[in-house]
Design a protein around this ligand. Structure first.
Ligand code: FAD
Length: 497
């Protein structure tokens, strides 16, 4: 309510925000979470909460009038279509040289992501978070995060015969014939549920192509894990369709937080001002960075240091497809949840997931999302003319990622006598180098903040999301975001409260 006072206000309900809310509440602190997206707890007129990837509708995109599908073309034809403007679940945010995909709603990215829950190899951790004690992370916080998220791996016996993973077995065969290590990738999808989908005994989700616009069944999103536990404490309130626009020191101590209430076409219906003793920035790498850069530039938070806005990376994301021979079909029904990948990080700086193309028809295509060791880092800056915060990423900065992915796929193509698909991202375009699913950085740990996420210059303000991580995690990021949040909130509760 306007004028209210809260002990702890959390901006955003993704991984960092959910961990903070649960642990603060368990420590006896009342928490209010502010989320710009919708609650995603009420079915539409078709009886489903979420739309399918094969038929995007008003629920699919955040305030767009036309879809912006990551694979924009198929067999040379553009597949985007008009949709009504609505506070939908997936934001395709165009930031100059890159489109940054993000989840919008209670649960953040967990609503739209593939659920791939990967802990980086210990030997790579020092490059991911150089100031963090690795021994503690791997003995305490990664296990805690994996348990809290409900991470598990596909049953390897079922995998061998499941029709929906024929594409993954083809991916394995091609990887191994070229000498690349093939690995199973853990996930938060309920594997028992998926086996029942395959057996035809439950409503289908992963096997019906659901993923990008939400899974109606099977996926353990944050709504079912951390947020469910947080709400069960009775100390956590969540306000969906509320967007934080300002945080500034309050005269009597604590912080004044300004919040816009939104309607489902994105209009502001009310502006509310509350005070909070502590504010946790958990709006995601882009959301947190944009807020902090603007609040520093406009003088609302003058004490923030010059590291704010720096160190942003795309986790080296790049996509590509390969055209297989007619004797190597990948399956008409493909699980939308990937379960495997090619780990060439040590030899070539790329970890490539064998991804589905859940079109419902046989495509004879193998599709991959590679995470690569791209060293390029971008910076957010405030544009006083437009009032926007811009990111200076250049599309050409993806070239190292393409080069690293090529170390895998040029070799596989040569061995198999196959070629790249050129019809998935436009006409005659091999590389999906226009996007990232994994924005990281912008308020880097031990630079913009102390070594636990306390923002420099303003006691009581914290960053606790992907903005802390300097641009790359060597694998998919959400387990690391969760584990780091678990580490930091434990230290903050012990020392600050
Ligand atoms: P987020 O989860 O992004 O949460 C931030 C929340 O804050 C959002 O709900 C947002 O709406 C809200 N917010 C932002 N600004 C404001 C504001 N001003 N006021 C109020 N609320 C605000 N990662 C993996 O590890 N494995 C995967 O398989 C995987 N697949 C992905 C697939 C897709 C399509 C996408 C988009 C991402 C995927 N990711 C995956 C990435 C992963 O989802 C993100 O790294 C993760 O969600 C980031 O967590 P976070 O806590 O930093 O922020």
């Amino acid at each position: 309510e306007p004028g209210a006072h809260v002990p702890a206000l959390v901006i955003g309900t993704g991984y960092g925000g959910s961990v903070a809310a649960l642990r603060l509440a368990q420590a006896g602190v009342d928490v209010h979470m502010i989320e710009m997206g919708m609650a995603w707890d009420t079915p539409g007129s078709d009886g489903k909460i979420f739309a399918n990837t094969t038929s995007p509708d008003y629920r699919s995109y955040w305030l767009r009038t036309r879809t912006k599908q990551p694979l924009s073309n198929f067999l040379g034809f553009p597949i985007d279509k008009d949709v009504p403007r609505y506070t939908g679940i997936l934001d395709a945010e165009e930031m100059g040289g890159i489109i940054v995909y993000q989840g919008r709603g209670v649960g953040g990215g967990s609503l739209v992501n593939g659920g791939m829950a990967v802990t980086p190899k210990r030997e790579n951790f020092a490059a991911v978070l150089p100031s963090v004690d690795a021994a503690q992370m791997y003995s305490v916080y990664y296990p805690r995060a994996n348990a809290g998220l409900g991470v598990a791996t596909v049953d390897p016996t079922w995998f061998e015969t499941a029709d929906c993973y024929q594409y993954a077995r083809v991916g394995r065969k091609h990887a191994e014939r070229s000498g690349f290590p093939f690995v199973f990738v853990p996930d938060v999808y309920d594997w028992d549920y998926m086996e029942q989908e395959a057996a035809g005994t439950v409503p289908k989700s992963a096997l019906a192509g659901e993923i990008l616009y939400g899974n109606n069944y099977g996926k353990k999103s944050l709504q079912k894990t951390y947020l469910a536990k947080a709400k069960a404490t009775g100390r956590v309130a969540v306000s969906p369709l509320h967007k934080v626009t300002s945080v500034a020191p309050a005269s009597g101590g604590g912080y004044t937080v300004v919040i816009d209430q939104l309607n489902t076409t994105g209009g502001t219906t009310a502006t509310k001002t509350v005070t909070a003793d502590r504010v946790f920035f958990a709006a995601g790498s882009v959301g947190t960075s944009k807020l902090l850069v603007r609040l520093k530039a406009t003088g609302a938070l003058p004490g923030l240091n010059s590291e704010v806005g720096k160190g942003w990376g795309d986790n080296g994301n790049v996509m590509c497809g390969r055209a297989n021979h007619l004797w190597d079909p990948t399956g008409a029904v493909q699980s939308s949840i990937p379960c495997s990948g090619i780990d060439n990080w040590a030899a070539g700086g790329a970890f490539a997931e064998v991804a589905p193309l859940p079109t419902g028809i046989e495509t004879y295509a193998s599709f991959y999302l590679s995470i690569t060791k791209n060293p390029n880092r971008a910076q957010f800056s405030y544009n006083a003319g437009t009032g926007n915060v811009d990111l200076n990423w250049q599309t050409a900065w993806k070239q190292p990622s393409i080069d690293m992915a090529k170390t895998i796929f040029d070799k596989i193509n040569a061995k198999e006598g196959t070629i790249y698909r050129t019809d998935l991202f436009g006409t005659y375009k091999i590389w999906g180098d226009h996007l990232t699913y994994h924005p990281l950085g912008g308020a880097v740990l031990n630079k913009a903040t102390d070594n636990y996420g306390r923002l420099q210059g303003h006691p009581g303000l914290y960053v606790i999301d992907g903005a802390l991580i300097p641009g790359n995690t060597s694998v998919n990021p959400f387990v690391t975001i969760t584990a780091l949040a678990e580490r930091n909130i434990e230290a903050i509760i012990a020392a600050d409260l």
